[in-house]
Structures are given as C-alpha cells and as structure tokens.
Design a protein around this ligand. Structure first.
Ligand SMILES: [Zn+2]
Length: 235
C-alpha cells in the first residue's frame, strides 16, 4: 500500500497516482461507514491523546486515525481482551443482567470414537460496551483433543435437537471436539448477531482452550431485521 503512495508522489505517474487515490477513497468510505455504525463516544476504551492519535485503553495500542482504531476493535486482540476483562469482572461479581443459560446436557455420542468425558467449561455473561448488546462468552478446555483437531460449534434450533421435547423458547449451542463428548448449552431463543466481530470462535493451540463469543441482537435490531431489504446494522 505505502509504496504505491510513495511512487505516485515521486513520479507523478498518472496510473499509479490514480490507483492510490482509489485506495484512499475506499479507505475513507470504509472509515465513514464504520463511524456511522459505531459511536466512539460510547466506547469506554477509545481515547484521543495529546498528539492527536488514538489509543485503545484496553489493549494499550496506538492508532493513527479513528478508522484504524475501529478496525482494531473488530480484530482478535481487542475482542480477546474484551472477553478476558468480561470474564474477570464476572468473577469479581460485576456481571450484567443477561438471563443465565440453562442446563449443560450431554448429547448422545457417536459410537465410533472412544469418548473421554466432557470438556471443562466456563460461561461468562458479557456486554458489548459500544452497542450494549448482551451476550455470552464460552471457554471450553480441550487439553487432550486429538492432535490437529479444532473444536467446532453450532447453533441449533429446538426442532433440530432430539434430546428434549421441542420448546420454541430455547435454542441450543453445541460444541464438539473429539475425543471429548459433544456438549450442549441451552439458551434463550434470542436472535444471534452473526456479523463478523460479533460472533466469533478461536481455538488457542497453546492452552487448548476454545473460545466462542455470542452477542444477541438488541430488541431494536431484531425489529429492523424483520423489515425486507434492510440489513441489520444499516441505517
Ligand atoms: Zn483494543
């Protein structure tokens, strides 16, 4: 990216210059779009320092402009730190008021693998500081997972599962990682925000911990998403 800008300004070559202008345009459009959908004033970690750059107070990173800060907030580092902080606050009793998920029930294992029991787990109630969306952070421990295997999760409607009588008030969050038993967490049937950065999973190969974050749509977004042609998050 940068070498295009340098080449353009040095030689004034029409082709190169217009290419970098196009990239700049695109970045600017993306930046504006992000700023329309995210209100930085409500972000407790956003900080403009005395030299005019932007800092993330959560990750202690510095960014040249608000657009690059926003990109950072959607990245793995920031999301992981958010999740860790939420987990710590939960431990200290500063959690929010999301309804507690229901039972953790075992699903019938497949017969072709010798199962070694359920993974350890922790579930933390979280809230996105920007959008005030409530959600859950799942952490599963798979210390003896089959080498080369990454756990997988799936959200299932009540009608797809065969463990309990269907009840439309609930949905199921299912996680598999062999040779562990597949486990299932029963959740309220609220609509999950599937946008990138909202719904994500990550397997930490070193600690063998599997993280999944779910954020539920706000009541407002759920109403809007029912309007044809209006995608969630757009204005
Ligand atoms: Zn950050």
């Amino acid at each position: 990216m940068d070498y295009q800008n340098r080449a353009g300004s040095k030689f004034g070559g029409g082709g190169v210059a217009s290419q970098s202008a196009t990239n700049a345009d695109r970045r600017e459009r993306l930046r504006k779009l992000a700023l329309e959908t995210i209100d930085l004033d409500k972000d407790p970690y956003f900080f403009k320092n005395h030299v005019g750059s932007f800092e993330c107070r959560l990750c202690l990173t510095v960014h040249q402009n608000d657009g690059s800060y926003l990109a950072h907030t959607q990245g793995r580092k920031h999301q992981t730190n958010l999740a860790r902080r939420a987990a710590r606050e939960q431990k200290e009793g500063k959690g929010n008021d999301t309804a507690i998920p229901g039972l953790l029930a075992g699903v019938q294992p497949k017969r072709n693998v010798v199962k070694i029991g359920r993974p350890g787990y922790r579930i933390t109630k979280i809230r996105d500081p920007g959008t005030r969306q409530n959600g859950l952070l799942f952490q599963f421990q798979y210390p003896e997972i089959t080498p080369g295997t990454v756990p997988k999760y799936r959200l299932m409607s009540t009608y797809e599962q065969h463990v309990e009588e269907p009840d439309s008030k609930y949905q199921y969050f299912v996680v598999a990682g062999e040779p562990y038993e597949t486990v299932c967490v029963k959740l309220q049937a609220r609509e999950v925000d599937r946008r990138e950065g909202k719904l994500w999973s990550w397997f930490d190969e070193d600690s063998k911990e599997y993280w999944v974050q779910i954020l539920f749509k706000t009541d407002r977004d759920e109403r809007y998403s029912a309007v044809p042609g209006l995608a969630p998050g757009q204005k």
